[in-house]
Design a protein around this ligand. Structure first.
Ligand SMILES: CCCCCCCCCCCCCCCCCC(=O)SCCNC(=O)CCNC(=O)[C@H](O)C(C)(C)COP(=O)(O)OP(=O)(O)OC[C@H]1O[C@@H](n2cnc3c(N)ncnc32)[C@H](O)[C@@H]1OP(=O)(O)O
Ligand SMILES: NC(=O)C1=CN([C@@H]2O[C@H](COP(=O)(O)OP(=O)(O)OC[C@H]3O[C@@H](n4cnc5c(N)ncnc54)[C@H](OP(=O)(O)O)[C@@H]3O)[C@@H](O)[C@H]2O)C=CC1
Length: 515
């Protein structure tokens, strides 16, 4: 019997960010392994015209939850969606709901965050710092609370090369930052943002670091742990391989490459691609929840959920395997044939951006205009290149994360728990994982049918022929222009033609002799 699964039985669990990528997998695993848990409270806001109930209904009826429905048929009754907006005071939770949360919650998993790299500082602080502070305040009023698990990121201190399982202070206290957001206007905040984030690349990593400081400062008597995952990718094993439902991390770029939009990227092939499957993160999170509640460590423990020091994969290997998978299972209606060149040189990268990205977009838009349609490719390409430029920071560096606490926890688990809540990435086969990841993107994100693969392959063959034709035409035109202008080019041309003529004559003569 799994001790961790048994621990969550009968518990009331509060999850923030349950509608997000990680939150959904966390809920799924909890229901599947501990179907006798009492209730999962989730804080949900309304979005895209959907009520909180409709959002929950949609999640429970998704493919991800198919196994859960077999193990826990009454899952609908065990999930309690509470309307909440983490941007509002007291999260805009009603008095009755708040009362229930305060009096019943046993465990909190705080996953909600804004993960956008370019969020204005005010918004990122509100969600990643102030909301964390408010949740801690709520937690301190929960008499039955056993553990508070905060999800941060391994990149919260990405300005350092070696990162230990400790909280590193930021120069300005989070409380001061929170206060200043109340009275500074947006223009001034924008002006001071680069100074505040310092050598971090964006507001996301900076505010996640501030969030950790808040957790440390406001922990009081709470039993707290922090989890720092690296780049979270599709599921490795559970509930099935390759599940993914958003464009964050590498997923968006894999689509862009598979559809032939992204053909080159400024990335260091030997830099470590510190990907971590989402089910691995969830298994570690649940194990940490159990350990923190049962063993009550004296201080706040931080757990790095990374792959680099256990089983490293680099961007070159990843890119190669992604392309190899496109050969077997191409995406439908590609714009160009998939091909991704990694370059470390800024000038080469700019050259490829002009030749492989902007020029084809301009030509295609010209074609759209000619055929009476609205041009759109240049706009799309500009957005893609902006996205790529924001991710470049992470594909040109390697980090070392110490994993003492994660390894300690692994050794504390029973063999059964090590199996059911496996977070040992040494067992992960990267080539298989990346192939499943690409397949998962095709199935669950792009919703493409596997039956369409022959047609997609046919389409790629057509694109290859167009590519050859286009290059030949371009070469002939360039050559013709050169011949018209340069005596040297004419001489070379006559030399080649006469050489070919002599070769053919010799070949004809020798074949006549044989007869
Ligand atoms: C063979 C090749 C293989 C290549 C593999 C190489 C992979 C390298 C990947 C490196 C990843 C490194 C991630 C590091 C993560 C740090 C860890 C964390 O904690 S961080 C936690 C993880 N957090 C993140 O990863 C957040 C990253 N994302 C962002 O911060 C923002 O989306 C944005 C600033 C990039 C764009 O903002 P903005 O312009 O305002 O626009 P919107 O947001 O509204 O979207 C615009 C359009 O772009 C689309 N799209 C969206 N995302 C991506 C993507 N990743 N990619 C591509 N496309 C993407 C989106 O669908 C939309 O399309 P459409 O509707 O117009 O057709
Ligand atoms: N994905 C990754 O690569 C990594 C993620 N992490 C961390 O893991 C955690 C989960 O990330 P992930 O699941 O990928 O992120 P998602 O963007 O998929 O999910 C974010 C969640 O936060 C919720 N949320 C955002 N704003 C509000 C708000 N104002 N009120 C209520 N809820 C809100 C979202 O709700 P809604 O659906 O309504 O928008 C959603 O449920 C985050 O803390 C992130 O920093 C760490 C490392 C890597």
């Amino acid at each position: 019997m799994s001790m961790i699964a048994a621990f969550y039985g009968g518990k009331s669990i509060l999850i923030t960010g349950a509608t997000g990528f990680m939150g959904k997998v966390l809920m799924e695993k909890l229901f599947r392994t501990s179907p006798d848990l009492k209730v999962i409270y989730i804080l949900v806001r309304t979005k895209a015209g959907q009520t909180t109930q409709q959002r929950v209904f949609q999640i429970l009826n998704s493919k991800l939850f198919e196994k859960v429905k077999e193990v826990c048929p009454n899952v609908h009754e065990k999930i309690r969606a509470i309307y909440a907006d983490l941007n509002q005071n007291d999260f805009a939770i009603s008095k009755e709901d708040m009362q229930e949360l305060l009096s019943c919650t046993n465990i909190i998993f705080h996953c909600a965050a804004t993960v956008r790299f370019d969020d204005p500082l005010r918004h990122a602080v509100q969600l990643n710092v102030t909301a964390t502070q408010q949740l801690l305040l709520m937690a301190s009023q929960m008499p039955k609370l056993e553990a508070f698990i905060h999800i941060s990121t391994a990149f919260s201190n990405c300005n350092l090369k070696h990162i230990d399982e400790v909280i590193y202070p930021c120069p300005v206290e989070p409380k001061k930052i929170i206060d200043s957001m109340e009275w500074l206007d947006d223009a001034i905040i924008d002006e001071i943002t680069p100074k505040l984030i310092g050598d971090r690349p964006n507001t996301y990593t900076y505010t996640k670091a501030l969030g950790e400081m808040v957790v440390q400062q406001e922990s009081g008597n709470l039993n707290i742990a922090i989890i720092r995952p690296s780049i979270v990718g599709a599921t490795w094993q559970e509930p099935f391989p390759g599940w993914v439902d958003n464009l964050n991390g590498p997923s968006g770029l894999i689509i862009a490459a598979g559809k032939g939009f992204l053909r080159s990227i400024r990335a260091t092939p030997m830099a470590v691609a510190d990907l971590i499957p989402v089910d691995t993160v969830v298994n570690l999170t649940l194990a940490v929840g159990w350990y923190t509640a049962v063993h009550r460590p004296k201080s706040t423990l931080i757990y790095h959920c990374t792959s680099g020091n256990f089983n490293p994969c680099n961007w070159g290997k990843m890119g190669f395997q992604v392309l190899a998978t496109f050969e077997k299972v191409p995406f439908e209606r590609a714009f160009r044939r998939p091909n991704a060149d990694f370059t470390t040189n800024t000038i080469t990268s700019q050259y490829w951006n002009a030749v492989s990205h902007r020029a084809p977009a301009i030509i295609y838009d010209f074609y759209l205009r000619l055929t009476g349609r609205k041009p759109r490719m240049t706009k799309l390409m500009n957005r893609l290149l902006r996205t790529v430029s924001m991710l470049e920071y992470f594909v040109n560096r390697s980090w070392e994360w110490s994993t003492y606490n994660t390894e300690m926890l692994m050794s504390e688990l029973s063999p059964e728990d090590q199996r059911v809540f496996n977070f040992d990435v040494r067992q992960l086969n990267w080539l298989e994982y990346i192939e499943n990841y690409v397949l998962g993107i095709k199935k669950y994100l792009l919703k493409e049918d596997m039956a369409g693969i022959p047609e997609a392959k046919q389409h790629l063959r057509r694109l290859r022929n167009i590519h050859y034709l286009f290059n030949t035409a371009l070469f002939l035109i360039a050559w013709r222009l050169l011949i018209a202008r340069s005596q040297m080019a004419r001489n070379v041309w006559f030399f080649i033609v006469s050489f070919c003529y002599k070769f053919l004559s010799y070949f004809r003569a020798s074949s006549t002799l044989k007869v």
